[in-house]
Write a protein that binds this ligand. Structure first.
Ligand SMILES: *Cc1c(COP(=O)(O)O)cnc(C)c1O
Length: 401
């Protein structure tokens, strides 16, 4: 997944443009910037690449989700359904706009189970937010149907899945708003950065204002701009945007390399009867950011994760125990620990999350995910495949004894 593996002179050249004129801010200073508008230019490239009418870059993926929710007028006391397997940013963004994250069970796609989502919809529900963890997606068609039926917004958190598709559409462009992260470990990186895409003019228009203090961006004089509504500062700097421009150009190449390496590793594991693979919904194509496998049970999954490390297969994750990515370790969320006091309504809403998630535990307990890098040589991938097979076979054999 990491775009930082492909850092080169292209990024330096784009950044140099910005440093040469010294205008690090995306708006204004027109006379000084020698025609360089890196953030605006990244937005143009991004919308084109994602086949959407609009794109808005912001300062992070967390900011992207926050801005998306605000643009959809989701706020105090509204409920947003998210999976138990995600990144803490999902619920942080929801709470940032005053809404309540409602955790929902996942299935063998490792993301939202549409049937479980349907059970959680209440009159307060305003959005469903599937998170395309590790490069693959939920059954988005079923989620969209739920949104259409109940008049909800479908916000895709595609932060880990840029380059994947669903129904021949780039991931992130299928729902109402798609959110991306360009942080340091993502498939393309700006250092820190993020973006939203949408085909809805209303959302795009609100997004550019909201991420810049509510400025309407009419005319050339920032001091004379009006503020149709309140906003915040989620702007991306020109330096970060410059890096993003060069990284985005490499997206197709990055995905092709991920696919190649993923395929070699996956093919090596297909003959091991104890290994099955994460389900990718019909019409979905992964971004190949991770290879996620299921072992028959939690004991074997834990042993496999350990054995992979012992066999020198690095960057494999047992998410079930992970502090950032699985609800079991989100004590701060489950216990409503906050520096600022939550209203009674929010606290009561958050209490809903203190229950069991047997399906999530069952799937995550059996899952091991291995990061796919793009910098491996062919020989390194082959060696890795061999080590993975040896590691898994060693655990499975021990279990049979
Ligand atoms: C990285 C990530 C985010 C947040 O992105 P930042 O740019 O780090 O704020 C949100 N959701 C998911 C699924 C992520 O992986």
């Amino acid at each position: 997944m990491p775009g930082f593996e492909l850092f080169s002179n292209e990024e330096k050249k784009e950044v140099q443009d910005v440093l040469d004129n010294g205008v690090l801010m995306r708006y204004g200073f027109d006379g000084l910037r020698n025609g360089h508008y890196k953030a605006a230019s990244l937005e143009k490239d991004f919308a084109l690449k994602m086949q959407t009418k609009y794109a808005q870059v912001v300062s992070s993926g967390t900011a992207a989700v926050t801005v998306a929710l605000a643009c959809a007028e989701i706020g105090h006391g509204d409920e947003v359904i998210i999976p138990t397997f995600t990144f803490v940013a999902s619920f942080e963004a929801i709470l940032a706009v005053g809404a309540i994250p409602i955790l929902c069970d996942i299935d063998d796609t490792l993301t939202l189970n549409p049937e479980a989502v349907a059970q959680l919809i209440t009159p307060k529900t305003k959005a469903i937010m599937p998170v395309h963890m590790c490069g693959s997606m939920a059954n988005l068609k079923a989620l969209k149907l739920l949104c259409d039926t109940h008049d909800l917004v479908l916000v895709e958190d595609a932060c880990q899945a840029i380059g994947g598709t669903y129904d021949n559409k780039p991931l992130g462009s299928y729902g109402d708003i798609g959110c991306f992260s360009f942080d340091y470990v993502k498939t393309i990186t700006c250092g820190e950065g993020g973006g939203l895409i949408t085909n809805t003019e209303k959302y795009a228009d609100r997004a550019h204002k909201y991420q810049d203090h509510g400025h309407d961006h009419v005319g050339n004089d920032r001091g004379a701009e009006s503020h149709p509504f309140l906003g915040y500062n989620y702007r991306l700097s020109e330096l970060n945007a410059a890096v993003g421009i060069a990284q985005l150009r490499k997206l197709d190449q990055t995905i092709a390399l991920q696919k190649k390496n993923y395929t070699i590793l996956r093919n090596a594991l297909t003959d091991i009867p104890e290994v099955t693979f994460r389900t990718v919904p019909e019409t979905g194509v992964e971004s190949y950011a991770f290879l996620s496998i299921f072992l028959p049970n939690e004991t074997l999954a834990r042993a496999t994760h350990k054995a992979l490390g012992a066999h020198g297969v690095d960057a494999c994750f047992y998410w079930f125990d992970n502090n950032w990515h699985y609800y079991k370790k989100w004590e701060h969320l489950l216990e409503s620990k906050s520096l600022v006091k939550f209203s009674q309504e929010i606290q009561t809403g958050l209490q809903k999350n203190k229950r069991t998630y047997p399906d999530s535990d069952a799937w995550m307990g059996r899952t091991v995910s291995c990061l796919i890098k793009v910098g491996w040589t062919e020989a390194e991938v082959q060696e890795r495949a061999k080590n993975m097979v040896a590691a898994i076979k060693s655990t499975v054999l021990i279990a049979q004894e």
